[in-house]
Design a protein around this ligand. Structure first.
Ligand SMILES: [Fe+2]
Length: 278
């Protein structure tokens, strides 16, 4: 019999897990319960506070549907998504660091090197280019480079009612590992704030913004898939990304340059990518 009190509570629950056959499940549940009990013992919530937490999680679930995942957003703003991403993508050499996938990835049209992915928005023109290599600097040809970004209004195409695919494209590196596309400068944007996560950000006195970035998903045979961002140097939210996804090695300067195609002025962003061997 468990003589329940504050001292025996955790041990009693852990004992109830003794017949779990799945060892990993047992490990996870034991750790979660141990830590949650610690939180409760340390903070001693009132019934009212406990119910507020239950009600918050319930509303978070109700906010989820096919297009909206409020629990992932909650995980994001608490730094959990980034922690899981980083633990699962430890780098040993000079490989490009990963960062979160985010909720706006979608099937992108195949494009040729040099194509413009900003077909339906106006903005500051920009050439984005780089080389995909292995850790020794050898070029990786035929790598798939899938890119997507927000427009100058801070919105992704999938957030708009018109359903026009824009600001995304998938290309293949050429023989010397080069990729290149034309676009417009991305803009910082807020995560959705019309749900429980928005409320909690507000209560915590936190802003909802993510610094301007371009998403990359790079795949090549023999290498670990890479999901990352190129962040734009100078963005006002680089220091305080609300989902904690910034890594210093991923920040790049937008340089003033000229488009070799027509001699007009534009920005250039160079983002070389180093893939990790499988
Ligand atoms: Fe994004």
């Amino acid at each position: 019999m468990l003589d329940f009190n504050e001292k025996t509570a955790t041990e009693g629950v852990l004992k109830s897990f003794s017949s779990i056959k799945n060892e990993r499940l047992k490990e996870l549940m034991s750790s979660i319960v141990t830590h949650l009990h610690e939180v409760v013992k340390e903070t001693e919530p009132t019934f009212e506070e406990w119910l507020t937490a239950i009600e918050f999680l319930t509303r978070t679930g109700h906010k989820c549907d096919d297009r909206r995942q409020e629990f992932i957003l909650l995980s994001d703003v608490l730094g959990i998504s980034m922690l899981i991403d980083t633990i699962n993508n430890r780098k040993s050499k000079n490989e490009t660091e990963s960062t979160v996938l985010g909720p706006f990835h979608a099937e992108a049209p195949n494009i040729s090197l040099g194509n413009n992915i900003a077909n339906h928005v106006e903005g500051e023109r920009c050439i984005v280019k780089g080389k995909v290599t292995d850790t020794n600097g050898n070029p990786i040809s035929n790598a798939s480079v899938d890119v997507w970004q927000s427009g100058p209004d801070g919105l992704y195409d999938v957030q708009k009612e018109n359903h026009i695919v824009d600001l995304r494209g998938k290309m293949t590196t050429d023989n010397d590992g080069t990729y290149l596309f034309r676009t417009v400068k991305p803009q910082y944007y807020p995560v959705p704030t019309d749900g429980p996560v928005g409320e909690i950000l507000n209560s915590l006195g936190r802003h909802p913004f993510r610094p301007a970035h371009i998403h990359f998903m790079v795949k090549a045979e023999g290498f670990v898939d890479l999901t990352t961002h190129a962040f734009i140097d100078g963005d006002p939210y680089l220091e305080t990304d609300t989902v904690f996804a910034v890594k210093e090695s991923l920040i790049r300067k937008l340089e003033n340059s000229t488009d070799p195609k027509d001699g007009t002025s534009c920005k250039t962003l160079e983002f070389n990518i180093v893939m990790q061997n499988n």
